[in-house]
Structure formats: C-alpha cells, structure tokens
Ligand binder design. Structure first.
Ligand code: GLN
Length: 487
C-alpha cells in the first residue's frame, strides 16, 4: 500500500469503500506521521491517539457511514473538544478540558471523522505567524525556518506535512486563508453565519468564522459541507440551506469558466506586495481567462480603510470577550493565597496568563470603547465597515467574484515581523475586507515565488459560497496542486 498520508480525502474514501484499507489503518498512518515529523513541524499542541483510533474503529464496525467517514482531521485549538485540552494556545487556559463539543466538532464526530488532535495557533487567534503561540511557533514544512502563517498555522502545516488530510481553521481576518497561502494548501472562509460559532473560543464575535482546510479544492468543499448549516445555538447562524459547494467544486474542476466575470479591485494596486506574488497571481488569472472567464476592473474605494477599521473592531470585541478569563472560571489562577482580593488575583492571573499581543489588543480595544473615544474610534470603524460592505455589493452587481493574491508576501523568516506589529498586520491586507463584509472567500495555491507557495484569493457574495468553489476548482484544474518537500 502506497503511503496513505499522501492521499486526498476523496482517495481515502475510495480506498475505504473498496475495503482496501480500514479506517484504523488510515488513522494509524497519520498518527505515525505525526510521531515522525511533528517534533520538527510542531503543528500539534495535543494528539489524541486513543480518541482517533476509537472513532476509526466505529467506522470500521459500520456504525457510521458518509462521504468523509474514516477520514482523519486536525482541529485548531480555539475550537472546544469535550474532555480534550483546549487552550487557544494561551497559558491562561492551560490544562482546561472543555465540558462540551463545539457544534462543528459534533458534526465531525457524527460524520465519523477521527480527530487526530488540536493544532497550534497564535494565542486566541491573534496573529499571522504562530509566533504569538504561548507554546512556541509552528514551522512551515516548505522551509522550517519560516512561519506557516497564522493564526491557524498549525492546521495548515499539518496538511503540508501530511500529518492530516483535512483540518479545521477559524478566520477572523484571514487566519484560514493566509496560512493556506503560505503553506501551499487550500483554506476557505465560509459566509459569516454559514458555520456555527458555538463552542468557538470567541475573539471577535462579529467576524469569527470557522471553516475547512485541505490540500485540494474538492476535499475542502467536502469538509465545508459536513460542518456548515444552521445551528440554533448560535444566534448569528443563518437559517438557510447551504449552497451545494461540492457540486460547484466538481463543476469548476471540469475547467470551463465561460461567462464567469472575475473582478480585480483597482485599489489593490499591488503596492507593498512582492513581485513574485504578483507574477504568480497574474499568470493564474491568465489561466482562468483561457478557461473562458472575463476579467473586469472594479473600484472598491473604501478597501484602503479596511485594515485600520479591523484593528479597531477586532480588538474592541476581543477586549470584551476576553474579560471572561478572570482566574475564577477557567484554567490558570495566580496569587490566590487567601490574603489577596479578588481584583488582585484577577490582575495577577491576567498579567501572567496573556501574552504581549493579546494584552496589546485588550488595551487598544478597551481604549477604543471607552466613553469619550467610542464615537471617534469604534463608531467610525463601524461606519467604515458599512461602506466596505457597500463596495462589495456594488462590485458584485458587476462581477461574479472578486480575485486577488491572498497575502502580499510569501512565508517570511521567523522574527522578521515581530518587532513592529504593523508589519505583521499587513499580512491581512487582502483578506480583511471580506471579514468586514461577511462574505465567503477561499485561498487556492497558484504557484511558487522563490520556491515558496503563493495563494490566489477568490471572494464571493454572502451565501454564494458555491460560486467561489467553482472558480477555485477551475483554478486547480489549470494550475494543479503544490507538493511540499518531503520532511
Ligand atoms: N491576523 C489577523 C489578526 O491578527 C487575523 C486573525 C484571525 O483571522 N483570527 O487579527
């Protein structure tokens, strides 16, 4: 049997259906790969060998069937898993075992997907490199001296290191798509409200969106279909049928985009983007034109304010959401000697438990929400958000999807962007507008620049997730997938 870790989810299901392999063999192959390479990659914060094998045995016993039954998956550590440590890569949650599963985890389990473990990330999903993980960074399998993107760098690296065929990420400002881009994998941010936030450790509730990650477009769509759909336990969950993303991906893979209009955003001038990234993007765009697509330039005049608006809205919501980590309810408690006041214990716990980037965001957010400054900062940012939404709506009256590079630069070396927070924030230049709008977007590998992967982003109107999958499938049919170097 050739190496099972090199197979896509679709191929694994074919082997399982033909009874050529068992789900236990598939899970074991991936657990062995984790054991062999994760000391170098550090994609995982926790591996659940027994849990994964138990789930696989149930599939082999015929208890669960379905399109992804027996296909193992890695889950970002910001998503709660019952009885399995969940830290959001923060010291403040060290040792916490959630008493419940997130809705998307319930759905993975119901689909018969063995959960291999929990993946590394920037603390509380704040960052673009995993360098802000309290447990040390993840290394990019393409070059172990470089970042795997963030915040969901662990999930993306697990795919590129063949430790898992599928992974769950969360995208608040780009944390699924940017890691996908810099690791040569596929990552989709569904429409906000299209996937449940119940059981997600909240960062910025009006933006947080869980979504699928894989090495191919079809695998990504299959996982999307498993986790998406209405959840009454999430008040912002959309009560509408999920578009057929799997059919759309398969249609796209047939390689015909006749009549599809691709919009390029005039204001994404390419300034600040690496020439190699722009070249790979343009070549891929030409490949799509050869498949029959038409390219139209559109104007989104407010996109240039997306980054500043996001870096007010996200920290504001985070400062409120992270107030629950008070040393009383979860995880870490520092200085509780019976003498100190509750306030002192809270303060000592938060001082010791949060890393510098999280503290920076809490301070910015608290300031932006304080009386006297609220209108000038948070209020203004919300107005910008509305204008960006209108830019998208106007653009989508002229084109079917918008396209851009996913991120301005390829994987950068560790330490090269940590001294200036703004340099790190620039990683999200092209991904953030979509989060403020709420629509879906996907990153698909589109070639290499200086030997490192480049991502192509496709953005679609809200609840038109199928549209982006069609274009994504077509792109993959034209440019193929990328194969990371063997570790
Ligand atoms: N890099 C962005 C940030 O630091 C996005 C994070 C995310 O999507 N979770 O906020």
């Amino acid at each position: 049997m050739s190496d099972l870790t090199r197979k896509t989810a679709v191929e694994l299901r074919e082997l399982l259906d033909a009874k050529e392999v068992s789900a236990v063999e598939v899970a074991t192959a991936h657990l062995d790969q984790i054991a062999a390479v994760d000391d170098r990659v550090h994609a995982f914060l926790h591996v659940d060998r027994e849990g994964a094998l138990d789930a696989a045995r149930r599939v082999d016993a015929g208890e669960i069937t379905g399109p992804l039954a027996g296909v193992p998956i890695a889950v970002k550590d910001v998503v709660t898993t019952k009885g399995i440590p969940t830290t959001a890569a923060s010291k403040i949650l060290e040792g916490w075992k959630p008493p419940y599963d997130a809705t998307i985890v319930e759905r993975l389990k119901a689909a018969g997907m063995p959960i291999l473990g929990k993946t590394n990330m920037d603390e509380f999903a704040m960052g673009s490199s995993t360098e802000y993980s309290a447990y040390g960074p993840t290394n990019n399998p393409w070059d172990l001296g470089r970042i795997p993107g963030g915040s969901g760098g662990g999930s993306a690296a697990a795919l590129a290191a063949y430790e898992a065929p599928l992974a769950i990420g969360t995208d608040t400002g780009g944390s699924i798509r940017q890691p996908g881009a810099v690791t040569g994998t596929v990552g989709a941010k569904p429409t906000y409200g299209g996937t449940s936030r119940y059981g997600l450790i909240a960062f910025s509730s009006s933006l947080d969106t869980p979504g699928p990650c894989a090495r191919t477009v079809e695998d990504t769509a299959l996982l999307h279909a498993v986790i998406a759909g209405h959840d009454p336990r999430d008040s912002t969950s959309i009560a509408q049928p999920v578009p057929d993303v799997v059919a759309a991906a398969r249609l796209g893979l047939q390689g015909d985009l006749t009549g599809v209009r691709l919009g390029i955003v005039k204001e994404f001038t390419g300034e600040g983007a690496e020439p190699g990234v722009l070249a790979a993007f343009r070549e891929s765009l030409e490949a799509l034109v050869k498949l029959g697509a038409e390219v139209v330039e559109v104007s989104c005049p407010h996109f240039e304010y997306a980054l500043p608006a996001y870096y007010l809205i996200a920290p504001s919501e985070c400062s409120s959401n992270l107030a629950r980590f008070d040393g009383v309810r979860y995880g870490l408690r520092v200085g509780d000697d019976g003498q100190r006041s509750l306030e002192e214990v809270m303060s000592l716990t938060r001082e010791a438990g949060f890393g510098p980037e999280v503290k920076r965001r809490i301070i910015i957010g608290t300031y932006a929400l304080s009386s006297g400054y609220y209108d000038a900062y948070y209020g203004q940012a919300q107005k910008v958000r509305t204008l960006i939404t209108r830019d998208f709506e106007t653009a989508f009256s002229k084109v079917d999807v918008l396209v851009s590079p996913t991120t301005p630069f390829v994987a950068f070396p560790f330490g090269s962007r940590t001294s200036d927070p703004y340099q790190m924030y620039l990683a999200d230049l092209f991904t953030i507008p979509t989060n403020l709008y709420g629509g879906p977007a996907i990153s698909v590998p589109c070639g290499l620049s200086e030997g490192l992967p480049v991502g192509f982003q496709i953005m679609a109107p809200t609840m038109a997730d199928d549209r982006m999958y069609r274009v994504a499938g077509a792109l993959e049919s034209a440019v193929g997938t990328l194969t990371p170097p063997a570790l």
